[in-house]
Ligand binder design. Structure first.
Ligand code: PEP
Ligand code: MG
Length: 574
């Protein structure tokens, strides 16, 4: 019987194939009481299981296949770190001794306690790490119960297999890389989970957060994975299957064609040059940016260097990170955004008890409240400017007072480098993010004082529409096409043209190929996006004539009703 399941489309595209269930069921931990004299050998058995898993992870780390996404190694390291943490590797030993229980039970009790702690964390990213804790604990449990490793994956008809899993760990992804599946689906995982991050970098159609797909789908069932709509169709009827075969073939053809655009210049039919840059979180992401031939790094979210740790990265550590990116980009521009923590990106060293963190002490506000953190970062960025083409970007500006204060601190940091005789580029351009409606409306004042502007549409939409971007309950109202949002973007672009100051878009809108022509028609010529989207946006650029688009886009900007806006967008994209 045909039925469909709905989740989150994490990586676009379509896959059709037979279900290959991934053996990942949770093992039930037995519980029994031990005699006093058996406790130490039970502790030793637990330690041995931990060592077995450590060896497995080490072996995975040294056998990462060529072409595996760079994140993979980091994820395996995260699992190794979790395993080494005394909360997982030592506390169960104490429990064995104090409770006189078996190792499996001690591990299960401690795992549940740890996961409960993770569940109470506000930060989405950190909360997601509870899945990593569960995955590592499951590995140890399997080692204890004599189930080392995973059920080997079938190799027949791999191209037609869809992996169906309750959850996938980074280690699973190594296997996944070796076996060319058409797509995968999982019960667990949010958009910031490790698996989602990997899925995007592998560009395989995938749907996550399906809740109970693993239980409802049988081995060998025909599946359609619609990564665009976030839908999985089980046992589709012939007509639906035919329809999706068509869509999939079209999509596959498109993907193939896109690779050919890698070295093509990003230029419109009427000869407008369009800069397509990459957004990165960590220095290692540069590999992917270069792989897609991005024109530069349009947004280096430097705060990722500050997350998942108890201390602050010092000037030397930051300098090395920025210098490596600047150097690897070999003369292409690298826009380093200064620390943007707070709201959904909380850090351990900062007590965040804001009533509403998205409106609280975040980004530049925090840096101005803690000038030493800001100055340390600015010194590191300037020192890196000696090794490449570096730019500074200030997040969350709302008022000119903040900008003046930030510029004064930047001047002080520069002065201190001069006194110390350290080399740096005197003319590093300084830009500001336009992501608060007040800043968009007052863009002219900011543009006069800055070298460039960058529209952070993710936050601009959040603040313009009063929709928390992390809240599932209002996610359906998050609308880049809202006339208010488009008006603010348009106004900022006009200001840039008037004052001859470059304006880019670095929010998710820049990587959405359905919006490329709209943005081009508004006059945007600088886009920055996840590297995986560079080629699909380039394709749109190469097909567009901005002179033809402009009048249609003006019409759309004057429309108010959502249906009319969508109708005009279709025309623009036709
Ligand atoms: C944005 O807000 O659009 C942006 C690019 O910054 P972030 O997503 O990191 O808040
Ligand atoms: Mg932002």
């Amino acid at each position: 019987m045909s039925f469909s399941l709905h989740g989150i489309g994490v990586s676009g595209g379509y896959a059709i194939g037979r279900a290959q269930l991934y053996s990942h069921e949770r093992l039930e931990a037995p519980h029994y009481v031990l005699r006093q004299e058996d406790l130490e050998s039970e502790v030793a058995r637990f330690a041995e299981a931990v060592e077995t898993v450590r060896a497995e992870l080490l072996s995975l780390q040294t056998h990462i296949p060529d072409g595996a996404p760079p994140e993979l190694s980091v994820f395996i390291e995260v699992h190794a770190l979790i395993l080494s943490d005394s909360m997982l590797s030592e506390v169960p030993k104490r429990l064995i001794r104090s409770e006189r229980c078996n190792a499996e039970w001690a591990l299960a009790q401690q795992t549940e306690a740890l996961i409960a702690q993770f569940e109470s964390i506000d930060d989405d990213y950190l909360r997601e790490r509870r899945h990593d804790v569960r995955q590592v604990a499951d590995k140890v449990l399997k080692a204890l119960m004599g189930h080392p490793g995973q059920t080997p994956l079938k190799t027949a008809d791999e191209g037609d297999s869809i992996l169906v899993a309750h959850d996938l760990s980074p280690g699973d992804m190594v296997l996944f890389k070796r076996h060319t599946f058409a797509g995968f689906i999982t019960d667990l995982g949010g958009t910031t989970s490790h698996t989602a991050i990997l899925a995007r970098s592998l560009s395989l159609p995938s749907v996550m957060a399906l809740h109970n797909a693993r239980a409802m789908i049988r081995e060998g069932d025909w599946l359609i994975v619609d990564g665009v709509a976030g839908v999985v169709i089980v046992d589709p009827d012939a007509a639906v299957l035919d329809e999706y075969k068509l869509r999939r073939n079209q999509w596959l053809l498109e993907q193939k064609k896109l690779r050919r655009l890698k070295s093509s210049p990003s230029i419109t039919l009427d000869a407008v040059e369009v800069g397509l840059m990459a957004n990165i979180d960590l220095p290692s992401d540069v590999t992917q940016a270069l792989g897609e031939n991005a024109a530069g790094i349009g947004l280096f979210r430097s705060e990722f260097l500050f997350l998942n740790r108890d201390d602050l990265p010092g000037e030397e550590e930051q300098f090395e990170a920025y210098r490596s990116v600047a150097g690897e980009m070999g003369g292409r521009p690298v826009v380093i955004r200064t620390l943007d923590v707070g709201a959904d990106k909380s850090v351990r060293w900062m007590e965040d008890d804001s009533i509403n963190p998205a409106l609280g002490l975040r980004a530049i506000r925090l840096c101005l409240a803690e000038p030493q953190i800001f100055i340390t970062q600015i010194r590191a960025i300037y020192r890196a400017s000696h090794y490449g083409k570096v730019r500074i970007l200030l997040p969350m500006l709302a008022s000119l007072t903040e900008l003046d204060q930030a510029l004064a601190l930047i001047g002080a940091a520069r002065g201190s480098l001069k006194v110390a005789g350290l080399p740096y580029d005197e003319s590093v351009p300084i830009g500001g993010m336009i992501e608060i409606p007040a800043a968009a409306l007052a863009a002219e004042w900011f543009a006069r004082k800055l070298d460039f502007l960058s529209l952070g549409t993710n936050d601009l939409i959040q603040y313009t529409l009063a929709i928390d971007r992390t809240d599932d309950a209002v996610a359906h109202l998050y609308d880049p096409l809202n006339p208010g949002v488009l008006g603010l973007i348009d106004h900022t672009l006009k200001v840039g043209r008037k004052l001859n100051k470059p304006v880019s878009v670095c929010g998710e809108m820049a990587g959405d190929a359905r919006l490329t022509r709209l943005l081009l028609g508004m006059g945007l010529t600088q886009f920055s996006m996840h590297p995986a989207h560079v080629l699909s946006v380039k394709q749109q650029v190469m097909r567009s004539n901005t002179a033809h688009l402009a009048p249609l886009v003006r019409k759309l900007l004057k429309a108010g009703r959502p249906e009319r806006i969508l109708e005009l967008l279709e025309k623009i994209n036709a």
